[in-house]
Write a protein that binds this ligand. Structure first.
Ligand SMILES: *[C@@H]1O[C@H](CO)[C@@H](O)[C@H](O)[C@H]1NC(C)=O
Ligand SMILES: *[C@@H]1O[C@H](CO)[C@@H](O)[C@H](O)[C@H]1NC(C)=O
Length: 405
């Protein structure tokens, strides 16, 4: 007993010693790992300052951004381009893939477009082309500085950030100001998510759509805010599997499908879901728009769900009589067929009496239009009305205005 008692403290002491030793070792290993992570991380980050960028907002940093992109893009295992705090003047630039790994653009500073409205070549400012696995994030912004360009009547003004042929991308956190034309363009892309982005331009700025999508599928736009002069989000031909959730829109022209039918062989628009969003003081809430005399295509499987309208001029509108030379196109003979559109839980106030306005094509009437639980009052006083021309469908639940189906 005595012997073992005598041994015990020794063993305990040894254990304690060993315990201290091993925790020291653990600690050192941990530090080593942390250092390595920091180092490895640092190696895949390409700060544009190291490529000659200047953060004074006046010196051209286009080449620096371009070089940093090339290094990040060509790095095995992927890379990140860092735009640090500061102001950076950038002229037209195409950031091209394919890249060797995933590629990120972390914008913490401000990217500034030239103020001169004539600077842009080929309708772009920042273009990202043919990339798989892209992220754009950071707490920074890009500023199109469109004030002078807006007065020039042309559709050749540059999109601020144009994404073409991108698969698997996340655009998060960043803000776009005062684009000369659209803020974001998405063309030929799949699986792209915009999350917590912010778009800002004056309510009277022309063509400053927040995000314009065409020929793309699997696009998610969530938790984002659009205060702009034109459509908050517009969907052109070939937009499929588009989810728009938790958006604030306004000022602006609302969310628009179209204009469609202008060109021959346009791809259809289908599987669009707009839900849980708010429209404040906008021209339209949710709109489907086709040219009055048009080429044929389909718009199908569209759902508008749980939307709040505040002082919106046309909360629910289908316009198949869109025309510029309207004296010639008095009748809607649009050949775009609209089918299976559901409006459910649309509520709030309309700034015009015709809270629901469906002007469908005479030659291809709208089919399968479903209205469920519509509660829109006219904030000018009096009863709101609904207009239906060439519409087939059904209505359920509450209907204010009373349904014209
Ligand atoms: C859109 O939302 C629906 C329903 O929540 C979901 O089934 C679908 O996968 C989503 N689409 C995309 C492109 O994420
Ligand atoms: C319709 O909206 C009004 C005003 O917002 C509200 O008081 C009313 O309860 C709503 N009705 C239904 C059935 O939701």
């Amino acid at each position: 007993m005595k012997k073992s008692r005598g041994q015990k403290p020794g063993i305990v002491e040894e254990e304690r010693k060993m315990g201290l030793n091993s925790s020291h070792i653990e600690c050192l290993v941990l530090i080593a790992i942390l250092l390595c992570i920091t180092k490895c991380y640092a190696q895949n980050v390409f700060n544009i300052m190291q490529f000659g960028a200047s953060n004074d907002g006046r010196t051209d940093s286009t080449q620096a951004l371009s070089k940093a992109w090339r290094q990040a893009c060509w790095r095995d295992g992927g890379g990140v381009v860092l735009v640090p705090d500061g102001r950076f003047l950038i002229f037209s630039l195409v950031l091209k893939g394919p890249c060797k790994g995933s590629i990120g653009l972390r914008i913490n500073g401000q990217l500034l477009a030239p103020i001169d409205p004539n600077f842009a070549i080929a309708q772009i400012w920042l273009s990202i082309y043919e990339v798989d696995n892209l992220f754009v994030d950071g707490y920074g912004s890009f500023d199109g500085r469109g004030f002078l360009a807006w007065s020039i009547k042309t559709f050749n003004r540059p999109i601020s950030m144009k994404l073409t042929k991108i698969n698997h991308a996340r655009i998060t956190g960043i803000t776009s100001y005062n684009s000369k034309f659209f803020h974001f363009g998405v063309h030929g892309c799949s699986d792209v998510t915009f999350d917590h982005i912010r778009v800002m331009a004056p309510r009277d700025s022309p063509n400053t759509d927040g995000i314009h999508i065409s020929k793309s599928s699997g696009i998610n736009i969530v938790h984002s805010r659009f205060d702009t002069g034109d459509d908050c989000i517009s969907l052109g031909p070939g937009s499929r599997f588009i989810n728009i959730t938790n958006i604030h829109c306004g000022p602006g022209h609302g969310i628009s499908i179209g204009s469609l039918g202008k060109y021959p062989n346009e791809e259809d628009v289908s599987d669009v879901l707009v839900r849980d969003s708010t429209f404040v003081g906008t021209d339209n809430g949710v709109r489907i728009k086709t040219w009055s005399s048009s080429h044929p295509s389909f718009v199908t499987k569209i759902v508008f769900l749980n939307l709040e309208m505040k002082d919106v001029r046309n909360p629910m509108i289908i316009d198949q009589k869109y025309c510029l030379d309207c004296s010639r196109d008095k009748m809607s003979t649009s050949r775009v067929q609209i089918r299976d559109v559901r409006y459910e839980g649309i509520r709030g106030t309309s700034a015009t009496q015709a809270a629901v306005n469906f002007e469908c094509s005479q030659v291809f009437p709208c089919e399968g239009i479903v209205l469920q639980d519509i509660n829109l009052s006219f904030n000018g006083g009096g009863q709101p009305t609904s207009i239906c021309h060439n519409v087939k469908g059904s209505a359920f639940g509450k209907q204010l205005p009373s349904s014209c189906l």
